[in-house]
Write a protein that binds this ligand. Structure first.
Ligand code: NAP
Length: 302
């Protein structure tokens, strides 16, 4: 079997092009553009790379960007002061506190300080609560990106070629599908379960304490790995014809990036699969732009 390779780089570009046109149109009408603020604390090279990518994409979309850096020695109050300033700035509609933070800083307490209306990553407890209730203002970016990749897998759209149809990506029918999510983090695993349930999938979560994990994964029509263990998922974990979404980003000793899925072993047996890099990563960034744009629109109509 030759799988459909879910090209997140291409799909994210499609979202970006559409968004750019909408930003131009709103600018003509209102004379205002969305603003994205990103705060990076410390010198982690991977985080530095992600932050630069996010700002570059935001600029391409026509957004105003506000980048702030603090040293790893920054105190709680230093970080809180920047977040408060971002909250109060009417030109900022999306705020991203790049994670992970240095170990000395309490991640959750700082995320709690972000105005929920500007919480571009959807990690504020208010937004997580609304997500559980089924009417979130802002949904976490990586899970949202995964859902679009599942839709791409279920559509008859060629991945990586041409343009998306005028009406965008059709929403696939997940009724009667069994989705298994490996990982239960606040950032990925838990919100992903909510999004899959919203779409009527039957969902199982597995994690490091789950027994018979291979067997459960092998029953999945949709298998999503968000673990951070290179090549944990091998062919024995995957049902023939499954859709496999690999969220993991792992850096190997030779400096290359790989996912949680053993791509070469799994690809021949599945219906569709995301590559790493070039799968979920670019879609996460695209969803950050969508969330910021939606907050911008809400701020205008408020
Ligand atoms: P995390 O907070 O460390 O959570 C990892 C989850 O995996 C935990 O729930 C853990 O279980 C589970 N786990 C660990 N070892 C396992 C094993 N051997 N078998 C089954 N489950 C296991 O990580 P995260 O923030 O969710 O991120 C997961 C991965 O996705 C990382 O590689 C990260 O870099 C990547 N990521 C990618 C993007 C993107 O845009 N592509 C975005 C975010 C994250 P316990 O809860 O039992 O410990």
């Amino acid at each position: 079997m030759s799988p459909k390779v879910l090209n997140g780089k291409w799909l994210s570009k499609q979202f970006e092009q559409r968004l750019r046109l909408r930003v131009v149109s709103e600018k003509e009408k209102l004379g205002a553009v969305p603003g994205l603020a990103v705060l990076l604390v410390g010198e982690d090279p991977a985080s530095g790379y992600y932050v630069r990518t996010k700002s570059k994409v935001a600029t391409r979309c026509g957004f105003q960007t506000f980048d702030e850096r603090l040293p790893a020695s920054a105190s709680f109050d230093d970080v809180a002061a920047v977040l408060t300033r971002f909250n109060e700035d009417a030109n900022i509609h999306g705020i991203l506190l790049q994670l992970p933070l240095p170990a000395s800083l309490p991640e959750n307490k700082l995320l709690d300080l972000i105005d929920p209306e500007k919480d571009a990553d959807g990690l504020h407890p208010y937004n997580q609560g609304l997500l559980a209730r089924g009417d979130a203002l802002l949904k976490p970016c990586t899970p949202l990106g995964c859902m679009h990749l599942v839709d791409l897998a279920l559509s008859d759209i060629e991945s990586g070629e041409g343009e998306l149809p005028k009406h965008g990506l059709p929403r696939g029918d997940l009724s009667a599908k069994h989705a298994v999510v490996i990982g239960r983090s606040i950032l990925v695993g838990k919100p992903l379960v909510q999004l899959l349930l919203e779409r009527n999938a039957t969902v199982t979560t597995v994690h490091s304490r789950t027994a018979k994990i291979e067997e459960i994964c092998r029953s999945a029509d949709i298998l999503i790995a968000a673990v951070g263990r290179p090549h944990l998922v091998t062919s024995g974990w995957v049902k023939e014809g499954a859709i496999v979404i690999d969220v993991g980003i792992n850096r190997l000793e030779d400096g290359s990036l790989t996912g949680d899925v053993d791509y070469d072993a799994v690809a021949p047996i599945c219906q569709a699969i995301t590559p790493v890099p070039g799968g979920v990563g670019p879609m996460t960034v695209a969803m950050l732009m969508e969330n910021t744009f939606n907050s911008f629109l809400r701020s205008i109509t408020a």
